[in-house]
Structures are given as C-alpha cells and as structure tokens.
Write a protein that binds this ligand. Structure first.
Ligand SMILES: [Zn+2]
Length: 81
C-alpha cells in the first residue's frame, strides 16, 4: 500500500475536442485561483474545458502513460523499502 506522500491527487477534465486529460489537484486549484479557465494536463498540454455536460470521447494517451510511469515508480520505491 502506498503512503499518502506517494499518492497523486488528480481528476480527469475533458477538453473541447472531447479528450480527457489528468489534472493534478494543485493545478486545479491554481486554475480556479487565476480565473483564466485554462487547465494543464499532466501531459503538459494547456486547454480550456468542455461544458460539464459534454461526454468525453477519448482519454489522453500521454496522460495515461505519465500515470502508469508514476504508479510503477511509486510501487517500485515502496517494494524496495
Ligand atoms: Zn493529456
């Protein structure tokens, strides 16, 4: 089991093309604070969100890969400890 320090707080936000990107809780808070409405996915893309009623059509493969690497590294560190 990972410790709280290894957890990555994030949510998936749909861009205007219908692709979901993973956004960290910190970046979500920054976006709300600066009121510009531009999110930053963990893949590095900056985007404006689609309507909350919009259904995603796909999930960003780069965000998925970043999460996979993060989980592998976190699990590897935990198992090595
Ligand atoms: Zn992405």
């Amino acid at each position: 089991m990972a410790t709280a320090a290894h957890r990555l707080s994030l949510c998936w936000v749909t861009d205007t093309t219908g692709t979901e990107h993973a956004v960290t809780g910190t970046d979500m808070a920054d976006t709300i604070a600066d009121r510009l409405g531009e999110y930053r996915g963990i893949c590095g893309i900056r985007f404006h969100p689609a309507s909350l009623a919009a259904c995603p059509t796909s999930r960003c493969q780069r965000c998925t890969n970043v999460l996979r690497i993060h989980r592998t590294e976190t699990l590897g560190r935990h198992c090595a400890a």
